[in-house]
Ligand binder design. Structure first.
Ligand code: BG6
Length: 443
């Protein structure tokens, strides 16, 4: 049974929807620059215009209102607020988010705000290599304070970081996100700085007594061992993966097995006692654990790397090869309850698919309905198990830019015709279906 005030929501991120990348005093982000380097994104797609949400947010909020959305999660673009990352504040950036927040509240939609969804000010990348430098922690805390001061009277749900595990792995090991590095030591260092930025922001927020709740969202892929002999590899996966990412935010420590492994392969940075004390303090005051859930993983032993991921033959996969596994969401939430016992906020869940617009201008996305329905059922069972679930947010409200897959991988309830200059919005079948879910509080 979902609580009466359960947050049925949907989500987005600034770079993926706003466009207007040089408008009204906004500074450049690392994505504004990266997406313009040849060969970095799918068919050279970028967020220069995206959904043009910057100019059409009122129209988008009306679509949310009509659907009955209880909550809308969006991210604030740091370089729109502080163009150079530190120093001068951009009043027009503040105004844009004030207008959006007011518009949401006027339409009875609760704003759930992410502070960092990957669009770091390019100026800080140039100045001190962004997340690699400890200097970023203070700059981030200042940016967070500016947001709390300006929006905190109306925003009571804060997500500090979005998927720090993904942007650091993709940016510092796999080389497919900025800054395009492959160095495990730097990866661990950058990750550690995100954890410190989270902890400091939480402490700052709590010191301001604004009365809301705050946490961060981790991309969570619960996993199974392929065979019994892979159980140790599974432990290795968790200790260097999910528990590494979450323990640092939720407990203020790193798992022992992970620490030993990174020490052994000589890439463990030094984490000072002071740093660890800050992580602990921040963890204690973190109100909830945010998860973005898309899929599970299957793990096999690997002689050199401890574990590797293999394709799970027992489940179906999306067009992009992601395992479809609603039961994995239940399994994962049970693990979180047993490990952290804090409220859970699902900040993203959804299906990326090719949608077709019929001649009658309809989108029959029954596959998306089926996907979301099964995941909501898993949420219901998790609540039965005792998980304190605050929110379920789909990814995404409108179609938007996929960082690496362009505009054809669609997630939204609202179709955007990216081939048409008017960027017209069309409600999909799933839009109406979710409206009904909300009306009936998930029943
Ligand atoms: C999450 C991100 O990783 O997954 C979103 O928080 C992203 O920003 C979403 O768009 C889906 O990923 P993709 O690669 O399919 O666009």
């Amino acid at each position: 049974m979902f609580k009466k005030d359960f947050l049925w929501g949907s989500a987005s991120a600034a770079y993926q929807i706003e466009g207007a990348i040089n408008t009204d005093g906004k500074g450049s982000s690392i994505w504004d620059v990266w997406a313009h380097i040849e060969g970095k994104t799918f068919e050279g797609t970028n967020g220069d215009i995206a959904c043009d949400h910057y100019h059409r947010f009122k129209e988008d909020v009306q679509l949310m209102k009509e659907q009955g959305l209880k909550a809308y999660r969006f991210s604030i673009s740091w370089p729109r607020i502080i163009p150079k990352g530190r120093g001068e504040i951009n009043p027009l950036g503040i105004k844009f988010y004030n207008d959006l927040i007011d518009e949401l509240i006027k339409n009875d939609i609760i704003p759930v705000v992410t502070l960092y969804h990957w669009d770091l000010p390019q100026a800080l990348q140039d100045l001190y290599s962004g997340w690699l430098s400890p200097e970023i922690v203070e700059d981030f805390e200042n940016y967070a304070s500016v947001c709390f001061e300006n929006f905190g009277d109306r925003v009571k749900h804060w997500i500090v970081m979005n998927e720090p595990n993904i942007f650091t792995q993709l940016g510092y090991i796999l080389q497919i996100h900025p800054p395009g590095i492959n160095d495990p030591y730097m990866y661990l260092k950058a990750y550690h700085h995100t954890a410190l930025a989270h902890a400091k922001s939480v402490l700052k927020y709590k010191s301001m007594n604004q009365g809301g709740i705050i946490g961060s969202s981790i991309a969570f892929s619960p996993a199974y061992a392929e065979n019994e002999e892979d159980n140790e590899a599974l432990e290795h996966y968790y200790a260097t993966g999910p528990w590494w990412f979450m323990d640092s935010y939720m407990k203020g420590e790193y798992p022992e097995i992970g620490l030993n492994y990174y020490k052994e392969i000589a890439c463990l940075p030094e984490f000072s006692k002071d740093d660890m004390a800050i992580l602990k303090e921040g963890a204690e005051l973190t109100d909830f654990i945010g998860i973005n859930y898309y899929q599970t993983a299957m793990i096999r032993k690997h002689e050199t790397y401890g574990h590797e991921q293999v394709k799970n033959p027992n489940v179906e996969h999306t067009d992009w090869g992601w395992a479809i596994d609603p039961e994995g969401l239940l399994y994962g939430m049970k693990e979180l309850k047993d490990r952290y016992d804090k409220p859970v906020l699902i900040s993203e869940n959804g299906l990326g698919a090719y949608d077709t617009l019929t001649d009658d201008l309809e989108i029959e996305d029954d596959y998306r309905i089926d996907f979301i329905k099964k995941h909501i059922e898993a949420c219901d069972q998790a609540i039965e198990y005792g998980v304190d679930l605050i929110a379920y947010m789909t990814w995404s409200f409108t179609d938007l830019l996929s960082w690496l897959n362009g505009y054809k991988k669609r997630y939204g309830f609202v179709f955007i015709d990216f081939e048409d200059d008017t960027l017209r919005r069309i409600k999909k079948k799933s839009y109406y279906w979710y409206k009904d879910v909300i009306e009936n509080n998930g029943l």
